[in-house]
Ligand binder design. Structure first.
Ligand code: RTP
Ligand code: MG
Length: 156
């Protein structure tokens, strides 16, 4: 049953290889915006896994650079939960390009911790549908068709 008006969502946050040593700062930024970290996993993605995770970008000119970058070291995947978590986490991230973020959103995570348009510290799902797919990618449900087929929170 859904609680009327419940805005709680789950999203997938991924700390990219350039910012794994900044995990403490990133978790602080998440909690200070009233979001919760409800799952976490450090892993090193294979080329095939990274290409699958970013398959929506396979025809983009930056695809190979992106896969090269996210497989260059470990990443930390986290399930982040809270009110409108999908957009709230992307607001914390700021603009995609860290250099642009430093002028447009200087307090954002990417402005503070990222480098450029590729090395930008962290990822956030861009919709509830992406969140459901990306959470399943890193945290597969053991039962088929279970609650993780949606990124709405479990008690809504
Ligand atoms: P993300 O998926 O990582 O949360 O970032 P985003 O939605 O803000 O950006 P998106 O368009 O989905 O791009 C995914 C990642 O690809 C790299 N990228 N490089 N022009 C470039 O060189 C370029 N554009 C994008 C970035 O790492 C970006 O986060
Ligand atoms: Mg994206």
């Amino acid at each position: 049953a859904s609680k009327l008006g419940c805005k709680k969502e789950r999203t997938l946050a991924m700390i990219k290889p350039d910012a794994v040593t900044k995990i403490g700062d990133i978790i602080q930024m998440i909690y200070s915006e009233n979001l919760l970290v409800t799952k976490a996993k450090m892993t090193k993605l294979s080329w095939k896994q990274a290409a699958d995770f970013y398959s929506e970008h396979q025809s983009k000119p930056f695809f190979n650079n992106l896969v090269q970058f996210v497989t260059s070291g470990p990443v930390v995947a986290m399930e982040v939960m809270g009110d409108e978590a999908v957009s709230a986490w992307r607001k914390i991230l700021g603009p995609t390009d860290s250099a642009a973020a430093r002028s447009d959103a200087p307090r954002s995570l990417r402005a503070q911790l990222g480098t450029d348009g590729t090395k930008n510290a962290a990822h956030g799902s861009d919709s509830l549908a992406s969140a459901a797919r990306e959470l399943e990618f890193f945290f597969p449900s053991t039962t088929s068709g279970g609650p993780s087929s949606t990124a709405k929170c479990a008690d809504c």
